[in-house]
Design a protein around this ligand. Structure first.
Ligand code: ADP
Ligand code: MG
Length: 464
Protein backbone atom coordinates (compact mmCIF):
# COMPACT_ATOMS: atom_id res chain seq x y z
CA UNK A 1 0.00 0.00 0.00
CA UNK A 2 1.35 3.42 -0.80
CA UNK A 3 -0.25 6.08 1.23
CA UNK A 4 0.00 9.75 1.82
CA UNK A 5 1.19 10.99 5.17
CA UNK A 6 -1.75 12.15 7.23
CA UNK A 7 -1.89 15.89 7.74
CA UNK A 8 -4.06 15.74 10.85
CA UNK A 9 -3.32 12.97 13.28
CA UNK A 10 -6.46 10.84 13.58
CA UNK A 11 -5.01 8.51 16.19
CA UNK A 12 -6.97 9.91 19.07
CA UNK A 13 -10.32 9.58 17.30
CA UNK A 14 -9.45 6.00 16.56
CA UNK A 15 -8.55 5.36 20.18
CA UNK A 16 -11.82 6.86 21.35
CA UNK A 17 -13.71 4.51 19.08
CA UNK A 18 -11.69 1.51 20.23
CA UNK A 19 -12.27 2.29 23.87
CA UNK A 20 -15.99 2.18 23.32
CA UNK A 21 -15.71 -1.33 21.98
CA UNK A 22 -13.31 -3.19 24.24
CA UNK A 23 -12.77 -3.50 27.96
CA UNK A 24 -10.13 -1.40 29.65
CA UNK A 25 -7.99 -4.46 30.17
CA UNK A 26 -8.14 -5.41 26.51
CA UNK A 27 -7.40 -1.85 25.57
CA UNK A 28 -4.38 -1.56 27.81
CA UNK A 29 -3.08 -4.91 26.71
CA UNK A 30 -3.44 -4.66 22.96
CA UNK A 31 -4.57 -1.32 21.66
CA UNK A 32 -2.71 1.32 23.59
CA UNK A 33 0.33 1.38 21.35
CA UNK A 34 -1.50 1.70 18.06
CA UNK A 35 -0.76 4.79 16.00
CA UNK A 36 -2.55 5.69 12.82
CA UNK A 37 0.33 6.29 10.45
CA UNK A 38 -1.38 6.98 7.20
CA UNK A 39 -4.89 7.29 5.89
CA UNK A 40 -6.12 7.51 2.37
CA UNK A 41 -9.36 6.66 0.77
CA UNK A 42 -8.46 3.10 -0.05
CA UNK A 43 -6.81 2.12 3.20
CA UNK A 44 -5.29 2.80 6.56
CA UNK A 45 -1.88 1.99 7.90
CA UNK A 46 -1.50 1.36 11.59
CA UNK A 47 1.69 0.83 13.48
CA UNK A 48 2.15 -0.99 16.74
CA UNK A 49 5.01 -1.61 19.15
CA UNK A 50 6.06 -5.06 18.03
CA UNK A 51 5.32 -7.95 15.73
CA UNK A 52 3.66 -9.97 18.43
CA UNK A 53 0.98 -7.35 18.98
CA UNK A 54 0.54 -6.88 15.29
CA UNK A 55 -0.07 -10.58 14.77
CA UNK A 56 -2.40 -10.77 17.72
CA UNK A 57 -4.47 -7.83 16.57
CA UNK A 58 -4.70 -9.22 13.06
CA UNK A 59 -5.87 -12.60 14.31
CA UNK A 60 -8.31 -11.53 16.95
CA UNK A 61 -9.34 -7.97 16.58
CA UNK A 62 -9.41 -7.28 12.86
CA UNK A 63 -13.14 -6.68 12.89
CA UNK A 64 -13.06 -4.48 15.97
CA UNK A 65 -10.33 -2.36 14.42
CA UNK A 66 -12.20 -2.04 11.14
CA UNK A 67 -15.32 -0.91 12.91
CA UNK A 68 -13.43 1.61 14.97
CA UNK A 69 -11.67 3.02 11.93
CA UNK A 70 -14.93 3.18 10.08
CA UNK A 71 -16.45 5.13 12.90
CA UNK A 72 -13.52 7.45 13.50
CA UNK A 73 -12.49 8.30 9.97
CA UNK A 74 -14.22 8.89 6.69
CA UNK A 75 -13.29 6.00 4.48
CA UNK A 76 -14.51 4.22 1.40
CA UNK A 77 -16.60 1.10 1.87
CA UNK A 78 -14.00 -1.58 1.41
CA UNK A 79 -10.90 0.08 2.79
CA UNK A 80 -7.84 -2.02 3.52
CA UNK A 81 -6.11 -2.14 6.88
CA UNK A 82 -2.42 -2.76 7.28
CA UNK A 83 -0.85 -3.25 10.68
CA UNK A 84 2.87 -2.84 10.74
CA UNK A 85 5.48 -3.26 13.43
CA UNK A 86 9.18 -2.37 13.47
CA UNK A 87 11.21 -5.09 11.78
CA UNK A 88 12.73 -7.55 14.27
CA UNK A 89 16.24 -6.12 14.02
CA UNK A 90 14.98 -2.62 14.74
CA UNK A 91 12.91 -3.43 17.77
CA UNK A 92 14.55 -5.06 20.71
CA UNK A 93 14.36 -8.70 19.86
CA UNK A 94 11.49 -8.91 17.39
CA UNK A 95 8.87 -10.91 19.16
CA UNK A 96 9.54 -9.03 22.33
CA UNK A 97 7.36 -10.29 25.11
CA UNK A 98 4.52 -7.89 25.49
CA UNK A 99 4.25 -5.99 28.70
CA UNK A 100 1.57 -7.53 30.88
CA UNK A 101 0.23 -5.68 33.86
CA UNK A 102 1.78 -7.53 36.77
CA UNK A 103 -0.93 -9.39 38.68
CA UNK A 104 -0.99 -7.80 42.11
CA UNK A 105 -0.71 -9.94 45.21
CA UNK A 106 -0.54 -13.27 43.42
CA UNK A 107 2.19 -15.60 44.54
CA UNK A 108 5.06 -16.12 42.13
CA UNK A 109 3.78 -18.73 39.72
CA UNK A 110 6.87 -21.00 39.74
CA UNK A 111 5.69 -24.51 38.88
CA UNK A 112 2.67 -23.19 37.13
CA UNK A 113 4.37 -20.51 35.08
CA UNK A 114 3.39 -22.23 31.86
CA UNK A 115 -0.23 -22.34 32.87
CA UNK A 116 -0.21 -18.62 33.53
CA UNK A 117 1.68 -17.96 30.35
CA UNK A 118 -0.91 -19.80 28.32
CA UNK A 119 -3.73 -18.07 30.13
CA UNK A 120 -2.34 -14.60 29.62
CA UNK A 121 -1.61 -15.18 25.99
CA UNK A 122 -4.98 -16.53 25.07
CA UNK A 123 -7.61 -15.24 27.43
CA UNK A 124 -9.12 -11.82 27.06
CA UNK A 125 -8.96 -10.77 30.68
CA UNK A 126 -6.29 -10.46 33.28
CA UNK A 127 -7.59 -12.40 36.26
CA UNK A 128 -8.72 -10.30 39.15
CA UNK A 129 -6.47 -11.47 42.02
CA UNK A 130 -9.35 -11.00 44.45
CA UNK A 131 -11.73 -13.34 42.67
CA UNK A 132 -10.62 -16.47 44.50
CA UNK A 133 -12.47 -19.18 46.38
CA UNK A 134 -10.94 -17.89 49.61
CA UNK A 135 -12.65 -14.57 49.07
CA UNK A 136 -15.99 -16.05 48.13
CA UNK A 137 -18.61 -16.23 50.84
CA UNK A 138 -20.89 -19.20 50.38
CA UNK A 139 -24.46 -19.30 51.61
CA UNK A 140 -27.71 -21.01 50.72
CA UNK A 141 -28.15 -18.78 47.67
CA UNK A 142 -24.93 -19.87 45.99
CA UNK A 143 -23.82 -23.03 47.76
CA UNK A 144 -24.40 -25.42 44.90
CA UNK A 145 -22.66 -23.18 42.39
CA UNK A 146 -19.77 -22.68 44.78
CA UNK A 147 -19.33 -26.39 45.55
CA UNK A 148 -19.56 -27.37 41.89
CA UNK A 149 -17.04 -24.71 40.92
CA UNK A 150 -14.58 -26.02 43.48
CA UNK A 151 -15.09 -29.57 42.28
CA UNK A 152 -14.50 -28.52 38.69
CA UNK A 153 -11.28 -26.72 39.59
CA UNK A 154 -10.02 -29.76 41.51
CA UNK A 155 -11.07 -32.43 39.06
CA UNK A 156 -11.87 -30.99 35.65
CA UNK A 157 -14.19 -32.88 33.34
CA UNK A 158 -15.54 -35.01 36.15
CA UNK A 159 -19.19 -35.05 37.11
CA UNK A 160 -19.98 -31.47 36.30
CA UNK A 161 -19.36 -31.03 32.65
CA UNK A 162 -20.42 -28.59 31.49
CA UNK A 163 -20.91 -26.47 34.55
CA UNK A 164 -23.53 -23.87 33.81
CA UNK A 165 -23.94 -21.03 36.32
CA UNK A 166 -26.77 -18.60 35.95
CA UNK A 167 -28.07 -15.67 37.93
CA UNK A 168 -28.72 -11.97 37.86
CA UNK A 169 -26.04 -9.38 37.55
CA UNK A 170 -23.75 -8.83 40.51
CA UNK A 171 -24.27 -12.19 42.17
CA UNK A 172 -20.80 -13.63 41.70
CA UNK A 173 -20.73 -15.50 38.39
CA UNK A 174 -17.57 -13.89 37.13
CA UNK A 175 -16.02 -14.22 40.56
CA UNK A 176 -16.59 -17.99 40.58
CA UNK A 177 -15.41 -18.46 37.00
CA UNK A 178 -12.18 -16.67 37.75
CA UNK A 179 -11.77 -18.56 41.02
CA UNK A 180 -11.86 -21.76 38.98
CA UNK A 181 -9.12 -20.39 36.74
CA UNK A 182 -6.93 -19.41 39.69
CA UNK A 183 -7.29 -22.77 41.33
CA UNK A 184 -6.93 -24.89 38.22
CA UNK A 185 -3.75 -23.11 37.23
CA UNK A 186 -2.25 -23.47 40.67
CA UNK A 187 -2.98 -27.16 40.79
CA UNK A 188 0.57 -28.00 39.80
CA UNK A 189 -0.65 -29.87 36.76
CA UNK A 190 -0.14 -28.55 33.31
CA UNK A 191 -3.40 -26.88 32.36
CA UNK A 192 -4.32 -24.85 29.35
CA UNK A 193 -7.06 -22.66 30.71
CA UNK A 194 -8.90 -20.33 28.36
CA UNK A 195 -11.28 -17.71 29.72
CA UNK A 196 -13.27 -15.52 27.38
CA UNK A 197 -16.23 -13.26 27.29
CA UNK A 198 -18.83 -14.36 24.77
CA UNK A 199 -18.17 -11.15 22.97
CA UNK A 200 -14.60 -12.11 22.27
CA UNK A 201 -15.66 -15.52 21.06
CA UNK A 202 -18.07 -13.87 18.66
CA UNK A 203 -15.51 -11.29 17.51
CA UNK A 204 -12.82 -13.85 16.93
CA UNK A 205 -15.19 -16.08 15.06
CA UNK A 206 -16.34 -13.30 12.80
CA UNK A 207 -12.84 -12.21 11.98
CA UNK A 208 -11.77 -15.81 11.39
CA UNK A 209 -14.50 -16.15 8.82
CA UNK A 210 -13.55 -12.84 7.27
CA UNK A 211 -9.91 -13.82 7.00
CA UNK A 212 -10.60 -17.37 5.89
CA UNK A 213 -8.85 -18.65 8.99
CA UNK A 214 -11.49 -20.85 10.51
CA UNK A 215 -9.05 -23.71 10.87
CA UNK A 216 -6.73 -21.69 13.03
CA UNK A 217 -9.63 -20.44 15.04
CA UNK A 218 -10.88 -23.95 15.66
CA UNK A 219 -7.49 -25.28 16.57
CA UNK A 220 -7.02 -22.52 19.10
CA UNK A 221 -10.21 -23.38 20.91
CA UNK A 222 -10.02 -27.07 20.76
CA UNK A 223 -6.55 -27.24 22.14
CA UNK A 224 -7.45 -26.29 25.70
CA UNK A 225 -8.06 -28.28 28.87
CA UNK A 226 -10.63 -25.94 30.22
CA UNK A 227 -12.76 -23.41 28.41
CA UNK A 228 -14.69 -20.86 30.43
CA UNK A 229 -17.05 -18.49 28.67
CA UNK A 230 -18.60 -15.71 30.69
CA UNK A 231 -22.03 -14.32 29.83
CA UNK A 232 -22.90 -16.91 27.23
CA UNK A 233 -26.39 -15.40 26.92
CA UNK A 234 -24.77 -12.86 24.62
CA UNK A 235 -24.77 -15.55 21.96
CA UNK A 236 -28.53 -15.00 21.66
CA UNK A 237 -29.37 -13.97 18.09
CA UNK A 238 -25.93 -14.96 16.82
CA UNK A 239 -26.88 -18.01 14.84
CA UNK A 240 -23.67 -18.75 13.06
CA UNK A 241 -21.61 -18.26 16.17
CA UNK A 242 -23.93 -20.60 18.02
CA UNK A 243 -23.36 -23.23 15.37
CA UNK A 244 -19.64 -22.81 15.65
CA UNK A 245 -19.80 -22.95 19.41
CA UNK A 246 -21.84 -26.12 19.17
CA UNK A 247 -18.96 -27.77 17.32
CA UNK A 248 -16.37 -26.40 19.70
CA UNK A 249 -18.44 -27.68 22.57
CA UNK A 250 -18.68 -31.16 21.10
CA UNK A 251 -15.01 -31.34 20.28
CA UNK A 252 -13.99 -30.34 23.79
CA UNK A 253 -16.60 -32.46 25.48
CA UNK A 254 -15.70 -35.54 23.52
CA UNK A 255 -12.05 -35.03 24.25
CA UNK A 256 -12.84 -34.94 27.96
CA UNK A 257 -12.15 -31.27 28.50
CA UNK A 258 -13.96 -29.10 31.02
CA UNK A 259 -16.43 -26.45 29.91
CA UNK A 260 -17.76 -23.77 32.26
CA UNK A 261 -20.37 -21.25 31.22
CA UNK A 262 -22.17 -18.39 32.90
CA UNK A 263 -25.37 -16.71 31.87
CA UNK A 264 -27.97 -14.29 33.15
CA UNK A 265 -30.70 -16.87 32.72
CA UNK A 266 -31.08 -20.66 32.63
CA UNK A 267 -30.30 -22.39 29.31
CA UNK A 268 -33.93 -22.75 28.29
CA UNK A 269 -34.64 -19.07 28.77
CA UNK A 270 -31.90 -17.57 26.66
CA UNK A 271 -33.82 -16.10 23.74
CA UNK A 272 -33.20 -17.75 20.38
CA UNK A 273 -30.67 -20.18 21.77
CA UNK A 274 -30.81 -23.25 19.59
CA UNK A 275 -32.37 -26.35 21.04
CA UNK A 276 -29.31 -28.49 20.57
CA UNK A 277 -27.19 -26.06 22.56
CA UNK A 278 -29.82 -25.85 25.28
CA UNK A 279 -29.82 -29.58 25.66
CA UNK A 280 -26.03 -29.74 25.79
CA UNK A 281 -25.85 -27.04 28.41
CA UNK A 282 -28.06 -29.21 30.57
CA UNK A 283 -25.87 -32.28 30.28
CA UNK A 284 -23.77 -31.41 33.25
CA UNK A 285 -24.81 -29.28 36.17
CA UNK A 286 -26.97 -26.19 35.94
CA UNK A 287 -26.66 -24.18 39.14
CA UNK A 288 -28.47 -21.00 39.95
CA UNK A 289 -26.87 -18.15 41.87
CA UNK A 290 -29.68 -16.38 43.67
CA UNK A 291 -29.71 -13.16 45.63
CA UNK A 292 -28.24 -13.83 49.06
CA UNK A 293 -30.40 -13.79 52.16
CA UNK A 294 -29.80 -11.59 55.17
CA UNK A 295 -27.22 -13.81 56.92
CA UNK A 296 -25.14 -14.23 53.79
CA UNK A 297 -25.30 -10.53 53.09
CA UNK A 298 -24.06 -9.86 56.58
CA UNK A 299 -21.24 -12.38 56.20
CA UNK A 300 -20.22 -10.81 52.89
CA UNK A 301 -20.22 -7.35 54.45
CA UNK A 302 -18.03 -8.54 57.31
CA UNK A 303 -15.63 -10.00 54.79
CA UNK A 304 -15.52 -6.91 52.61
CA UNK A 305 -14.94 -4.67 55.62
CA UNK A 306 -12.16 -6.93 56.88
CA UNK A 307 -10.59 -7.02 53.40
CA UNK A 308 -10.32 -3.26 53.53
CA UNK A 309 -8.92 -3.38 57.03
CA UNK A 310 -11.90 -1.45 58.33
CA UNK A 311 -13.51 -1.93 61.69
CA UNK A 312 -17.18 -1.35 61.13
CA UNK A 313 -19.62 -1.68 63.99
CA UNK A 314 -21.92 -4.66 63.85
CA UNK A 315 -24.90 -2.32 64.07
CA UNK A 316 -23.82 -0.58 60.88
CA UNK A 317 -23.20 -3.83 59.04
CA UNK A 318 -26.62 -5.13 59.92
CA UNK A 319 -28.19 -1.86 58.84
CA UNK A 320 -26.54 -2.28 55.45
CA UNK A 321 -27.47 -5.96 55.22
CA UNK A 322 -31.09 -5.12 56.00
CA UNK A 323 -31.38 -2.34 53.49
CA UNK A 324 -29.36 -3.49 50.51
CA UNK A 325 -30.83 -6.67 49.19
CA UNK A 326 -30.41 -6.40 45.45
CA UNK A 327 -26.98 -7.82 44.74
CA UNK A 328 -23.47 -8.15 46.01
CA UNK A 329 -21.97 -5.48 43.87
CA UNK A 330 -24.36 -3.04 45.53
CA UNK A 331 -23.30 -4.28 48.94
CA UNK A 332 -19.68 -3.69 48.08
CA UNK A 333 -20.54 -0.28 46.75
CA UNK A 334 -22.27 0.55 50.00
CA UNK A 335 -19.19 -0.32 52.05
CA UNK A 336 -17.07 1.84 49.77
CA UNK A 337 -19.47 4.76 50.06
CA UNK A 338 -19.79 4.58 53.80
CA UNK A 339 -16.07 4.25 54.45
CA UNK A 340 -15.26 6.98 51.94
CA UNK A 341 -17.82 9.34 53.38
CA UNK A 342 -16.58 8.80 56.94
CA UNK A 343 -13.03 9.63 55.84
CA UNK A 344 -14.23 12.71 54.06
CA UNK A 345 -15.94 14.13 57.13
CA UNK A 346 -13.26 12.84 59.50
CA UNK A 347 -15.57 10.68 61.56
CA UNK A 348 -15.60 7.04 62.45
CA UNK A 349 -18.28 4.97 60.81
CA UNK A 350 -21.40 4.83 62.90
CA UNK A 351 -25.00 4.28 62.01
CA UNK A 352 -25.74 7.94 61.46
CA UNK A 353 -22.72 8.40 59.18
CA UNK A 354 -23.75 5.27 57.27
CA UNK A 355 -27.27 6.53 56.78
CA UNK A 356 -26.11 9.89 55.58
CA UNK A 357 -23.55 8.34 53.24
CA UNK A 358 -26.28 6.30 51.61
CA UNK A 359 -28.77 9.13 51.53
CA UNK A 360 -31.13 7.62 54.06
CA UNK A 361 -32.80 9.77 56.59
CA UNK A 362 -31.64 9.41 60.12
CA UNK A 363 -34.97 7.98 61.10
CA UNK A 364 -34.15 5.00 58.92
CA UNK A 365 -37.06 2.87 57.92
CA UNK A 366 -38.83 2.73 61.22
CA UNK A 367 -42.14 4.53 61.04
CA UNK A 368 -41.82 7.71 62.95
CA UNK A 369 -44.93 9.47 64.07
CA UNK A 370 -42.87 11.86 66.17
CA UNK A 371 -41.22 12.82 62.91
CA UNK A 372 -44.41 14.17 61.46
CA UNK A 373 -45.36 15.96 64.64
CA UNK A 374 -42.04 17.68 64.61
CA UNK A 375 -42.57 18.68 60.99
CA UNK A 376 -45.97 20.17 61.76
CA UNK A 377 -44.47 22.03 64.66
CA UNK A 378 -41.58 23.50 62.70
CA UNK A 379 -43.72 24.50 59.73
CA UNK A 380 -46.37 26.13 61.91
CA UNK A 381 -43.80 28.21 63.75
CA UNK A 382 -42.13 29.29 60.56
CA UNK A 383 -45.29 30.33 58.73
CA UNK A 384 -47.13 31.54 61.82
CA UNK A 385 -50.08 29.22 61.44
CA UNK A 386 -51.69 26.73 63.83
CA UNK A 387 -51.61 22.98 63.57
CA UNK A 388 -55.38 22.91 63.50
CA UNK A 389 -55.21 25.15 60.45
CA UNK A 390 -53.01 22.70 58.62
CA UNK A 391 -55.39 19.93 59.51
CA UNK A 392 -58.54 21.90 58.77
CA UNK A 393 -60.44 22.55 55.53
CA UNK A 394 -59.30 26.13 54.82
CA UNK A 395 -57.82 26.54 51.39
CA UNK A 396 -56.64 30.11 51.48
CA UNK A 397 -53.11 30.46 50.19
CA UNK A 398 -51.69 31.48 53.58
CA UNK A 399 -52.80 28.12 55.00
CA UNK A 400 -52.73 25.87 51.95
CA UNK A 401 -49.15 26.68 51.10
CA UNK A 402 -47.57 25.82 54.48
CA UNK A 403 -49.76 22.73 54.47
CA UNK A 404 -48.22 21.66 51.17
CA UNK A 405 -44.72 22.36 52.43
CA UNK A 406 -45.41 20.22 55.48
CA UNK A 407 -46.69 17.40 53.28
CA UNK A 408 -43.58 17.62 51.16
CA UNK A 409 -41.35 17.39 54.21
CA UNK A 410 -43.38 14.50 55.59
CA UNK A 411 -42.91 12.66 52.33
CA UNK A 412 -39.22 13.36 52.27
CA UNK A 413 -38.37 12.81 55.89
CA UNK A 414 -40.70 10.12 57.16
CA UNK A 415 -41.37 6.65 55.88
CA UNK A 416 -45.13 7.29 55.89
CA UNK A 417 -47.18 6.48 52.81
CA UNK A 418 -49.10 9.18 50.93
CA UNK A 419 -52.27 7.86 52.50
CA UNK A 420 -50.85 8.02 56.01
CA UNK A 421 -49.57 11.52 55.43
CA UNK A 422 -53.02 12.56 54.25
CA UNK A 423 -54.33 11.16 57.52
CA UNK A 424 -52.21 13.58 59.50
CA UNK A 425 -53.65 16.52 57.57
CA UNK A 426 -57.28 16.12 58.37
CA UNK A 427 -57.85 12.94 56.36
CA UNK A 428 -56.88 14.22 52.92
CA UNK A 429 -56.56 11.61 50.24
CA UNK A 430 -53.33 10.45 48.68
CA UNK A 431 -53.74 12.32 45.41
CA UNK A 432 -53.94 15.60 47.30
CA UNK A 433 -50.68 14.74 49.05
CA UNK A 434 -49.09 13.70 45.81
CA UNK A 435 -50.10 16.95 44.18
CA UNK A 436 -48.62 18.93 47.05
CA UNK A 437 -45.37 16.99 47.07
CA UNK A 438 -44.98 17.47 43.33
CA UNK A 439 -45.75 21.13 43.43
CA UNK A 440 -43.27 21.86 46.20
CA UNK A 441 -40.57 19.71 44.66
CA UNK A 442 -40.93 21.51 41.37
CA UNK A 443 -40.76 24.84 43.05
CA UNK A 444 -37.55 23.90 44.87
CA UNK A 445 -35.94 23.17 41.53
CA UNK A 446 -37.03 26.50 40.08
CA UNK A 447 -36.50 28.85 42.97
CA UNK A 448 -33.18 28.77 44.80
CA UNK A 449 -34.34 30.92 47.68
CA UNK A 450 -37.33 28.76 48.26
CA UNK A 451 -35.17 25.61 48.08
CA UNK A 452 -32.92 27.10 50.73
CA UNK A 453 -35.87 27.87 52.92
CA UNK A 454 -37.20 24.31 52.64
CA UNK A 455 -33.77 22.97 53.40
CA UNK A 456 -33.62 25.10 56.52
CA UNK A 457 -36.96 23.73 57.68
CA UNK A 458 -35.74 20.24 56.97
CA UNK A 459 -32.70 20.74 59.16
CA UNK A 460 -34.84 22.21 61.90
CA UNK A 461 -37.08 19.17 61.99
CA UNK A 462 -33.96 17.13 62.55
CA UNK A 463 -32.94 19.35 65.43
CA UNK A 464 -30.03 20.89 63.58
P1 ADP B 1 -21.68 -11.27 38.07
O1 ADP B 1 -20.60 -11.76 37.20
O2 ADP B 1 -22.65 -12.34 38.47
O3 ADP B 1 -22.38 -10.06 37.54
P2 ADP B 1 -19.51 -10.63 39.84
O4 ADP B 1 -18.83 -11.94 39.89
O5 ADP B 1 -18.90 -9.59 38.98
O6 ADP B 1 -21.04 -10.80 39.46
O7 ADP B 1 -19.67 -10.11 41.33
C1 ADP B 1 -19.88 -8.76 41.67
C2 ADP B 1 -19.04 -8.38 42.86
O8 ADP B 1 -19.53 -9.05 44.02
C3 ADP B 1 -17.59 -8.82 42.72
O9 ADP B 1 -16.77 -7.82 43.24
C4 ADP B 1 -17.49 -10.07 43.54
O10 ADP B 1 -16.21 -10.22 44.11
C5 ADP B 1 -18.52 -9.84 44.62
N1 ADP B 1 -19.14 -11.10 45.06
C6 ADP B 1 -20.13 -11.75 44.46
N2 ADP B 1 -20.50 -12.84 45.14
C7 ADP B 1 -19.70 -12.88 46.22
C8 ADP B 1 -19.59 -13.77 47.34
N3 ADP B 1 -20.39 -14.83 47.48
N4 ADP B 1 -18.65 -13.50 48.25
C9 ADP B 1 -17.86 -12.42 48.15
N5 ADP B 1 -17.92 -11.54 47.13
C10 ADP B 1 -18.83 -11.77 46.17
MG1 MG C 1 -20.03 -11.11 35.27
Amino acid sequence: MTMAEVPVNPTSQFHDAIRQRVSKQQYDLWFKSIAVKAVEDGGVELSVANAFISEWLSSYYAEVIREALDKALTLSDDFAVEISAPAPEESSGGYAPIEMPAPVDTPAPDPTADNHQFFLQHSDVVLNPKYTFENFVAGPSNQLAHAAAMAVADAPAGSYNPLFLHGNVGLGKTHLLQAICHKAMQSGKSMNVLYLSSETFVNQFISAIGDGELDRFRYRYRNVDMLLIDDIHLLANKERTQDEFFHTFNALYNAGRQIVLSSDSPPGEIPTLKERLISRFKWGLVAEMAAPGYETRLAILRRKAADRGEQIAEEVLSFLAENIDTNIRELEGAVTKVVGYAQLIHQTVDISVAKRALGYRDSGRSPSVTGIERILDVVCKDYGVRITDLQGRKRTQSIAFPRQVAMFLARKLTPLSLEEIGGHFGGRDHSTVLYAVDKIRRRTTEDVDFARQVRRLELQTQGR
